[in-house]
Design a binder for this molecule. Structure first.
Ligand code: CP
Ligand code: NVA
Length: 331
């Protein structure tokens, strides 16, 4: 039975934990390999394999091709997936939707069934989450969400791994998300539902996370021990926070609403004053790309508690763990 990764809700807590654990292994393995290669004048030093029983070199995606279908622009997601697939010994095919027959109206149903005959996996970035579900329904190969209007699960797994690297664990950590109740906020809610930590989301009226996502996360939180608060006041959200997170006020596809959103989000900027309201040192996270001077100031984004570059790097490592789990040869 093939598996997909469309939302964090799709995985059990144990599966999520295993992916995060595996991410650490794959990151250390890559760093060791690169260090070794440098020390030996790039003559191909071989690091120990991440699975002791697997012969070197470690290439769980050997002979496999993963298609990347993007209906929206991307820097991090596209490049980290392409590099990650190459690292795992596989081949990636970037398929801009405008160059596929899909862009001329071929159905998702036909595209998914045809591409499943050539490829071993699909990473899709699109608008409606329902379209992603349709891809997953008709494709006979695993489908990974590279961002939809509703969720951005790879991002939040990378964020959790980043928090774990810097704090030792994400368990019990207090995360304050200040801003739009968008795809990133929804994936934070799903993560809080599954894994035990505290999440406070502060958004202006009309821009809060979707009720059905909040309800689902709250139900799961009863078991995971997480606490979830949906607030309007950013100061209340950041008080006592270990991590302060924000994202753009107008996501891709919402460009026409930008002026209206700029107005609505006044008072929700993550700036020095707001960060000080945490009353203790807090890490700053942002999925990027950022609009400096809007949702976050340059000073905070560049400050010493900012982890944004580690977050971006960790997309690569966590996605390798996801691909290995979904598509790779088991080890
Ligand atoms: N954070 C993120 O997904 O970035 P890209 O849009 O550049 O892929
Ligand atoms: N919420 C943003 C995230 C970008 C990575 C968007 O969807 O545009």
């Amino acid at each position: 039975m093939k598996r997909d990764f469309l939302t964090i809700f799709d995985l059990s807590s144990e599966e999520l934990e295993r992916i995060l654990q595996r991410t650490g292994f794959l990151k250390a393995h890559r760093e060791q390999g690169r260090r070794g290669a440098k020390e030996q004048g790039n003559k191909g030093a071989v690091p120990p394999p991440p699975c002791p029983s697997v012969p070197l070199p470690f290439r769980p995606l050997e002979g496999k091709t993963v298609g990347l279908i993007f209906r929206k622009p991307s820097t991090r997601t596209r490049v980290s997936f392409e590099v990650g697939i190459l690292d795992l010994g596989g081949h990636s095919l970037f398929l801009s939707s405008s160059e596929l027959q899909l862009g001329r109206g071929e159905s998702v149903k036909d595209s998914a069934r045809v591409l499943s005959r050539y490829l071993d996996g699909l990473v899709i970035r699109t608008f409606a989450h329902e379209e992603l579900e349709e891809w997953a329904r008709y494709a006979t190969i695993p489908v990974v969400n590279g961002l939809s209007d509703l969720y951005h699960p790879c991002q939040i797994l990378a964020d959790l791994f980043t928090i774990q690297e810097h704090r030792g664990t994400y368990r019990g950590v207090q995360v304050a998300y200040v801003g739009d109740g968008n795809n990133v906020a929804h994936s934070w809610l799903a993560a809080a539902g599954k894994l035990g930590f505290h999440l406070a989301i502060a958004s202006p009226p009309g821009y809060q996370p979707r009720e059905e996502v909040v309800i689902r996360a709250l139900e799961l939180a009863q078991k995971s021990g997480s606490s979830i608060e949906i607030l309007q006041d950013p100061v209340q959200a950041v008080r006592g926070a270990d991590v302060i997170y924000t994202d753009v006020w107008a996501s891709m596809g919402q460009e026409a609403e930008e002026a209206q959103r700029l107005q609505a989000f006044q008072g929700y900027q993550v700036n020095r004053r707001l960060v000080e309201e945490a009353q203790k040192p807090a890490y700053i996270l942002h999925c990027l790309p950022a609009h400096r001077g809007q949702e976050i100031t340059d000073e905070v984004l560049e400050g010493e508690s900012s982890l944004v570059l580690d977050q971006a790097e960790n997309r690569l490592h966590v996605q390798k763990a996801i691909l290995e789990w979904l598509i790779g040869e088991p080890c």
